[in-house]
Design a protein around this ligand. Structure first.
Ligand code: GDP
Ligand code: MG
Length: 434
């Protein structure tokens, strides 16, 4: 992957005292190869590396920074600049009309619902419009999503005239006082003239304020051609990059942005409607570079973990009287942050790591065990003798060995906390932060 190859390229620079034109060239060649390997378009990769080279050569290595770190910084800054250049907020028009276009399976229907949800949160009254009339299932899919998000839905299952459906939807939206209308259109496996023509006519009829290309984040070299064709025909105003939760390398974003100049607006990070985020160039850049999306992890944690709860916990940790009830609370806080997989994906070096669902199942079992204890037992785990453990195992529907394992884990945690409380604490924290 891009990540692996880039880290390798930079690792090879380790031990280099300062940047010279020679060793830079070597590293940049590897960076270029890595970009190509990640399906970044060859032209984009070449130009990108040239720009980075211009910036590196003749620059003095900063004191206290390794050459590798300095190159990462330069590459990162350049990526952020490129990805974020010309970024604009969503059009402020009200009613706001958004046309969603893209290839089949790119995530148009899902993203339509996600965008509706986001706009609803921002105080709009959204309506989603089914303009993919070729497969009845596509209409149903949008309708189900609209129901789940409690947003208005428009379809005409008897019409084959997509532009007319669009016009009728605008009228229906006006009557229903909806002020954000999202048109979900059909896609093909490849760019298709008839299809583009149809969307062009729809575009002319509904006069959208935004035309978003929905593109699969794992799209390879063809990303550029796809984006170019759609942009030429429909004058795109933005890009929604989907499926960034998988092992998508983000190469498509870089290619599309540099070739078409169309700004990236949102990213899809999962199948659920809440897995949708505003695009931040710095986050994608660090993701591409494999430094992990630490920023967004931290933010998510801040959003979800109640501040007071956290303070209470810190106090408990200081006193080392953390019990199983606290353990349960902690587990629930972690669960609120999202799926284990999406959390792992944001950690450095963990991007793309697949969990087989075991971690989540394990968490559910642990929760069941703790819930099967009496409050007194949770607060005083030392009460848990053999017969109590058997009762708990039966209650939770697990084997007694699992209860024992949990207790062992918990005891280890307690031991660690006692250490933290003692003199080793500060040193250990420093090590963890380094
Ligand atoms: P459309 O054909 O362009 O309308 O695509 P759909 O919205 O029907 O999505 C195709 C498939 O991709 C569905 O199974 C979606 O659940 C899935 N999908 C869409 N966006 C994302 C995303 O951001 N992450 C993941 N993992 N799956 C997504
Ligand atoms: Mg669809």
């Amino acid at each position: 992957s891009l990540t692996d190859k880039l880290s390798q390229a930079l690792r090879n620079l380790r031990g280099v005292g300062k940047l010279s034109e020679e060793n830079m060239a070597e590293a940049l060649k590897e960076v270029r190869a890595a970009l190509l390997g990640a399906d970044v378009h060859f032209k984009v990769a070449r130009e990108f590396v040239e720009r980075v080279q211009q910036q590196c050569v003749g620059r003095e290595v900063l004191k206290g920074v390794s050459p590798g770190q300095q190159i990462v910084k330069i590459i990162n800054d350049e990526l952020v600049r490129l990805l974020g250049e010309g970024a604009t907020e969503l059009s402020a028009a009200r009613p706001l009309r958004v046309l969603m276009v893209g290839l089949h399976g790119s995530g148009k229907t899902t993203s339509s619902a996600k965008l509706a949800k986001l706009l609803k949160k921002r105080g709009y009254r959204p309506m989603v419009v089914a303009c993919d009339i070729y497969r009845p299932a596509a209409i149903d899919q949008l309708e189900i999503l609209a129901k789940a998000e409690e947003v208005a839905f428009y379809a005409d299952r008897n019409s084959k005239d997509v532009p007319a459906i669009g016009a009728a939807a605008l009228e229906a939206a006006r009557e229903a006082t909806c002020d954000a209308i999202i048109f979900d259109t059909a896609g093909r496996l490849q760019i298709d003239e008839t299809l583009i023509d149809e969307v062009k006519k729809l575009r002319a009829r509904v006069q959208p304020d935004e035309v978003f290309l929905v593109a699969d984040g794992a799209l390879g070299q063809e990303a550029v051609n796809v984006a170019k064709a759609f942009n030429d025909a429909l004058q795109l105003t933005g890009l929604i990059l989907t499926k960034l939760d998988g092992d998508a390398r983000g190469g498509a974003a870089l290619s599309i942005k540099s070739i078409t100049g169309v700004p990236i607006k949102f990213v899809g990070t999962g199948e659920k409607t809440e897995n949708f985020e505003i695009f931040y160039p710095d986050r994608l850049a660090s993701r591409i570079l494999g430094m992990g999306d630490v920023v967004s992890l931290v933010e998510r944690a801040q959003e979800n973990i109640d501040q007071k709860e956290a303070e209470k916990m810190a106090e408990k940790l200081r006193k080392a009287d953390f019990n199983l009830e606290d353990f349960l609370g902690q587990m629930r806080q972690i669960k609120k942050m999202g799926s284990m997989e999406s959390i792992m994906g944001m950690l450095p070096g963990m991007n793309g790591v697949k969990l087989d669902g075991d971690a989540e199942k394990q968490m559910a079992r642990t929760e069941a065990i703790i819930l099967s204890m009496t409050p007194q037992e949770r607060r005083k785990p030392e009460l848990l003798n053999g017969s109590r453990r058997l009762r708990i195992a039966n209650g939770a529907g697990v084997k007694i060995i699992e209860v024992n394992q949990l207790m062992k884990q918990f005891q280890q945690m307690q031991k660690m906390m006692k250490m933290l409380k003692g003199g080793g604490g500060r040193k250990m924290m420093r090590q963890m932060q380094a």
